[in-house]
Design a protein around this ligand. Structure first.
Ligand SMILES: [Fe+2]
Length: 272
């Protein structure tokens, strides 16, 4: 699977719990604002994951499947395969999606930490929505128009709601929302353009295999995540939440054709 616009930084840009607690939070925030994702490393266990989530998120969300501390164990439970909305707790492929797209206000940040790799498979798939938006705007403007309509999609079951897949926000910013399972239905107009969307998603997918102790923080309003099917006892810990105000995340992400805001541009300076 090609990766033309890698959404994730190189491994030497991994942030450790110690660094995030010791003054690197601002640089991590700048990476997150620019790229929509941050890599984590040297996560020693559940306490490190929880501590890292606590530095980045405020508040932490209590997801339906979460343990009392707020972390959700993502593994094959043996009893969720095939149930709508529970595919993450099986061992099959997961098509790239944003988390909790069926909610009116999905959480902004998603942290995934690997506690045990699979024997085979279980690669993470990441797709930068900004690159998808760029491709559609360039090559399929009619697709972008249909997918950004207020009723482009209906997400969820009986208590779901209509929303655009790519939502235009004030100040030239955009927000992405997508799932590709039975909890998403599309308008006739949007449905006609799903092949173009799926091709853009495929072309901009980055694959990576998280090792034990490695993780990712994703801007869930910008970056799609998925995984390949796996064999073995793969185990991830997940946290969801709103960004801590110190991260200074503006709503959505800047359009690819717009100039970066001063806050988004800071990372270039920080990288030296
Ligand atoms: Fe997910």
């Amino acid at each position: 699977m090609p990766s033309l616009h890698a959404a994730i930084p190189a491994a030497d840009d991994e942030f450790t719990p110690g660094a995030l607690g010791g003054g690197e939070l601002e640089r991590a925030a700048a990476v997150l604002r620019e790229r929509g994702s941050v890599r984590l490393g040297r996560l020693g266990g559940r306490g490190d994951v929880l501590g890292t989530a606590g530095r980045l998120m405020s508040p932490l969300w209590q997801h339906r499947d979460a343990d009392p501390d707020g972390l959700t164990v993502i593994r094959d439970t043996g009893r969720h395969e095939g149930r709508p909305g529970f595919a993450g707790l099986g061992r099959g492929d997961l098509a790239p999606h944003t988390e909790c797209a069926q909610l009116l206000h999905p959480p902004r940040l998603l942290l995934l930490a690997c506690a045990r790799t699979a024997d085979a498979g279980g690669e993470s798939l990441l797709v930068d929505g900004r690159a998808v938006l760029a491709e559609l705007a360039d090559s399929h403007p009619a697709a972008l128009e249909a997918l950004s309509a207020p009723r482009a999609a209906y997400f969820g079951g009986a208590d779901g709601h209509f929303a655009p897949v790519l939502e235009s926000l004030p100040h030239g910013r955009w927000r992405l929302r997508l799932r590709q399972d039975s909890l998403a239905r599309f308008s006739q107009e949007a449905d006609a353009h799903l092949p173009a969307l799926r091709r853009a998603v495929e072309r901009n997918t980055t694959r990576l295999l998280l090792a034990d102790g490695q993780g990712l923080v994703l801007d869930n309003h910008r970056v799609l995540h998925g995984r390949t099917s796996f064999v073995g006892e793969r185990l991830l810990l997940r946290a969801l939440g709103q960004p801590d105000p110190r991260l200074a995340l503006e709503p959505g992400f800047p359009a690819p054709w717009s100039r970066p805001s001063p806050a988004d541009a800071e990372v270039a300076v920080g990288r030296g």
